[in-house]
Design a protein around this ligand. Structure first.
Ligand SMILES: [Zn+2]
Ligand SMILES: [Zn+2]
Length: 281
């Protein structure tokens, strides 16, 4: 009985608890604002569709902004509101985690923790995403929402069913809660995670995209092929997982990488793939 009254008490006074505002609520506010900050410039580029960048477009077709810009904003708002409700309900449990705002660890511990979050989140995301595709019910009623968009741009990164959005947010928080990270480290991680969500949907494979400096990451092209071809490329960020989990790559994605190594521009490869031309090398 004591545990029940503990939970009821913690739950009913969540709004008086400063830690509730600092940890879940501020983290959510940072997450949503950073998403927009990263997503809007890419969306503007996709909307303008400038001639000079057309050769870097991954898919040889128009972006679906007319149809999906406002729905993307709407979904983002609703998904974040539902997440607020879920965070309130699960606050007594979240509160028990070791996430804190005490002393910051030294910088190399922070770096190690962030790397751990990136790999763990991506690994779990890979399996969740594959499950979304392999389970017929989830595919039809949940994940199909995100797949309505075939040629994505930045703002589409949060266009998904609220169940998928909440599950993705839970995976993101799992690492920090598991090791009891410092709140600032959680915030750095959230910024990186939203960068991942936006970059994967950017729609352009621009050589000077700073994301190309990141080891193991191939840029927006990896997730773009998931939207274009629907099956394969299941990780959120790091393509190595498809190789080790039973070679689940999208075939055309591998062809694309070959073409790129030959020095072709994204659109040239896209046209080549359409024409079923292979790029040996
Ligand atoms: Zn999918
Ligand atoms: Zn996507």
């Amino acid at each position: 009985m004591e545990i029940v009254s503990y939970f009821l008490e913690t739950w009913s006074s969540f709004y008086q608890d400063p830690w509730f505002w600092q940890f879940p609520m501020t983290t959510l506010a940072i997450s949503a604002s950073i998403f927009l900050l990263f997503a809007l410039p890419w969306t503007l580029i996709a909307w303008k569709d400038p001639e000079s960048l057309r050769k870097y477009k991954i898919q040889d077709k128009a972006f679906e902004l007319d149809k999906f810009f406002w729905p993307s904003i709407g979904r983002m708002l609703i998904n974040n509101l539902i997440l607020v409700a879920l965070l309130i309900v699960s606050w007594p449990i979240i509160k028990l985690s070791g996430v804190h705002n005490g002393e910051l660890p030294v910088w190399y511990i922070i770096v190690a923790q962030i790397i751990f979050f990136i790999f763990m989140d991506d690994f779990l995301y890979y399996w969740m995403h594959r499950w979304f595709h392999e389970n017929k019910f989830l595919l039809k009623h949940v994940h199909s929402v995100h797949h309505r968009i075939r040629n994505t741009c930045g703002i589409n990164g949060n266009y998904m069913h609220w169940i998928e959005f909440s599950a993705t947010a839970t995976l993101m928080l799992l690492g920090p809660m598991l090791i009891g990270a410092h709140l600032y480290v959680v915030w750095i991680w959230v910024v990186i995670r939203q960068f991942e969500a936006v970059d994967g949907h950017a729609g352009y494979d621009i050589p000077w995209n700073p994301a190309h400096w990141l080891p193991l990451y191939e840029g927006p092209v990896y997730h773009d092929f998931h939207h274009a071809k629907f099956k394969g490329n299941y990780a959120g960020f790091l393509p190595y997982l498809d190789r080790f989990m039973g070679n689940t790559y999208v075939k055309e994605y591998l062809t694309y990488l070959k073409g790129k190594r030959l020095g072709l521009k994204p659109l040239e490869v896209a046209k080549g793939i359409k024409a079923k031309q292979t790029f040996e090398g």
